[in-house]
Design a protein around this ligand. Structure first.
Ligand code: F6P
Ligand code: MG
Length: 483
C-alpha cells in the first residue's frame, strides 16, 4: 500500500487540523462517546465470538485463533482507556517464523505495508492520543484496522472475513422483503417498454429506486451490533419515504439524470457507486444500477468496494459474488433445508436480476473494483491529492459519483462540527470539483450540513435529542459542477 500518510500540502486540512472542530469520543453529549464506550467493545466481543465459532478442527487454526483472540482482547481493553493508542499492535512479524514469512510472500508484504502505514499515521496525526481523544473518524478507522491486523497476524487466519456470517445472516433475515422488491422490479423491467418510458415515468421509477437505495442504508450492521436485520427493520418502522429526509435534493438529481447531456451521450455515460453495506443495501444499489442500464442512460457503472473487512457490513468484492450467487439460487441461500416455501415468481425475479447482473459484468458494463484508500482514515476531500489518479479519472469520465451511507458522508464533510446550515458544496471541499456528487445517507452520526434555517431548531424544540444519529432521518445531498 503506497498511500500517503500526511497531506501533500502542509497547510491543508488534516486529521488533526480539520476545517471545524472534530468530534471525539472523549466528549459527552454526542454519539461518539457512547459509540466508543459501549458500542465498540460489543463489536470487538462479536469478533472474538466469530473467531471462536470458526470450525477449527485444524490444530494450527485453533492455536493461532487463540493468538488472534489475545490481540483482540488487548484491543478491547485499550478502547476505553485514556492512554495513547498502541502503535506496536500494528505488527505481524512477531508471530511469524521465517518459513511462514517466505511461504506467504506477497500477502505478508502487503500486511507489513498495511501495518507500517498505520504506525506512521498514528505517529503523524495522533501520537499521544487514545481511542477516546483522537478524532472520532480516525479512531473508528483505526479500530477496524486493528481488527484486521489482529486477525491477519496469524498465517492460517489471513484473509478470513470475521463479519461474513453476520453479513449473510443480515441478508437472509430480509428474505420476504427481498422477494417482494424483486417481484416489483421484475414487473417494471418486463412489462414496460423500458427504453420508451416518458420522462415523467422515467423520473418516477428512478425516484423510487433512489429512495430504496437510500433507506437500504438503514440496514448497516455496525450501528446495531447484535441485532438481527428483522429487529433493525422493526426499529426502523416508519422511517422511509420522503417525510424523514431533512435535506432532499432528489428532484435536482432526477432532473440532472433525465436531462443533462452527460447522460444523453450514450455510449459513454458512466456512474460510480462508492458502496457502503453489503447484503440488502448492495441489493438495492444493484437495482438502481440495473434500471439506469436498462433505460440506456448509463452504459458503464463502476462499483467501489473496500479491500478489507470494514465497519462490519461494508462491501468487499467477495460480498458482491456471494450476493449474486444467492440471487441465482435463492432456495439454497434463503431456505437451505428447504424449510420455507418461496414464491416462484419471486425466485424467478431474483434469477432474472442475477442473470442481468452477470451479463453486465461479463460485458464490462459493470466493473467491481476495490481500493485501499477506502480503508484509511482519509476524508474524501483528500482524494484529489492523495488518490489523484482515481480523482482525475472521475473528473474526466464519471457523470455521477454516488456516495453511499453514513461513513462516506462523514468522510465527505470531514466529520466535524459544521453549522448545520453550511452548504454541502462548501463542506465537501475538493470533492465539489467532480462533475456531480450525490450522498445518500441515513443519519447515524453527528455531522450534518445543508439544512435550511430553522430545521435544527425545530427538531430540538420537538425534543428529538437523537435526531443526528437515530438512523430514522436521512439526507439526499447533491453538488453539480457545470464547468
Ligand atoms: O457510529 C455509527 C456508525 O458505526 C458510524 O460510526 C458509522 O459512520 C456508521 O455507523 C456506519 O454506517 P454506514 O454503514 O451507513 O456507513
Ligand atoms: Mg457501512
Amino acid at each position: 500500500m503506497t498511500l500517503p500518510i500526511a497531506p501533500t500540502d502542509p497547510n491543508a486540512w488534516s486529521p488533526s487540523r480539520p476545517p471545524r472542530p472534530a468530534y471525539t469520543g472523549a466528549e459527552e453529549g454526542g454519539f461518539a462517546y457512547p459509540t466508543v464506550i459501549r458500542r465498540w467493545p460489543v463489536i470487538v466481543v462479536d469478533v472474538i465470538n466469530a473467531v471462536l465459532a470458526r470450525d477449527a478442527s485444524d490444530p494450527a487454526v485453533h492455536a493461532e485463533g487463540s493468538k488472534v483472540i489475545a490481540r483482540l482482547s488487548a484491543l478491547k481493553y485499550e478502547l476505553t482507556r485514556m492512554r495513547p493508542a498502541s502503535v506496536e499492535a500494528f505488527s505481524s512479524s512477531a508471530d511469524l517464523d521465517d518459513e511462514s514469512k517466505d511461504a506467504k510472500g506477497d500477502v505478508h508484504q502487503e500486511l507489513e505495508q498495511f501495518n507500517a502505514f498505520w504506525k506512521a499515521a498514528i505517529q503523524e496525526h495522533f501520537p499521544r492520543h487514545s481511542f477516546l481523544s483522537a478524532s472520532w473518524l480516525f479512531s473508528e478507522c483505526m479500530l477496524y484496522a486493528r481488527i484486521h491486523a489482529a486477525v491477519n497476524s496469524q498465517p492460517t487466519w489471513r484473509g478470513y472475513d470475521v463479519f461474513l456470517g453476520d453479513k449473510k445472516k443480515g441478508f437472509r433475515d430480509l428474505n420476504d422483503k427481498v422477494l417482494r422488491i424483486a417481484e416489483t422490479h421484475q414487473g417494471l423491467m418486463s412489462n414496460l417498454q423500458i427504453h420508451e418510458l416518458t420522462q415523467t415515468d422515467f423520473k418516477r421509477h428512478l425516484h423510487d429506486l433512489f429512495l430504496l437505495s437510500l433507506w437500504g442504508n438503514a440496514t448497516d450492521l455496525s450501528m446495531f451490533a447484535g441485532l438481527s436485520a428483522n429487529e433493525i427493520e422493526a426499529m426502523r418502522a416508519g422511517a422511509s419515504g420522503e417525510e424523514n429526509i431533512l435535506s432532499n435534493h432528489l428532484p435536482e438529481i432526477l432532473d440532472y439524470i433525465a436531462t443533462s447531456p452527460r447522460f444523453a451521450q450514450v455510449p459513454n455515460a458512466r456512474v460510480d457507486f462508492i458502496l457502503d453495506n453489503s447484503g440488502f443495501e448492495l441489493f438495492s444499489d444493484l437495482l438502481l444500477a440495473d434500471f439506469l442500464h436498462q433505460t440506456r442512460r448509463v452504459d458503464l457503472t463502476v462499483f467501489h468496494c473496500k479491500t478489507i473487512p470494514w465497519f462490519v457490513s461494508d462491501t468487499l468484492p467477495t460480498d458482491v459474488e456471494w450476493l449474486l450467487r444467492a440471487l441465482e439460487d435463492p432456495a439454497s441461500f434463503f431456505s437451505p433445508g428447504g424449510a420455507e416455501e418461496m414464491s416462484p415468481v419471486g425466485v424467478a425475479a431474483l434469477q432474472s436480476l442475477a442473470a442481468r447482473c452477470r451479463g453486465y459484468l461479463a460485458s464490462g458494463a459493470w466493473r467491481v473494483t476495490a481500493d485501499p484508500v477506502w480503508c484509511t482514515f482519509w476524508a474524501h476531500h483528500h482524494l484529489k491529492t492523495e488518490a489523484a489518479a482515481l480523482f482525475d479519472e472521475w473528473k474526466r469520465e464519471s457523470a455521477l459519483c454516488i456516495f453511499k451511507g453514513d461513513l462516506n458522508y462523514r468522510k465527505l464533510v470531514y466529520d466535524c462540527k459544521w453549522e448545520s446550515t453550511v452548504a454541502f458544496r462548501e463542506a465537501i471541499g475538493a470533492v465539489a470539483e467532480l462533475p456531480a456528487v450525490v450522498s445518500l445517507r441515513t443519519n447515524k452520526s453527528d455531522p450534518i450540513v445543508g439544512l435550511a434555517e430553522g430545521v435544527e431548531g425545530r427538531l430540538l424544540a420537538e425534543g428529538n435529542k437523537d435526531w443526528r444519529w437515530s438512523g430514522k432521518l436521512a439526507v439526499i445531498e447533491f453538488c453539480k459542477n457545470d464547468s
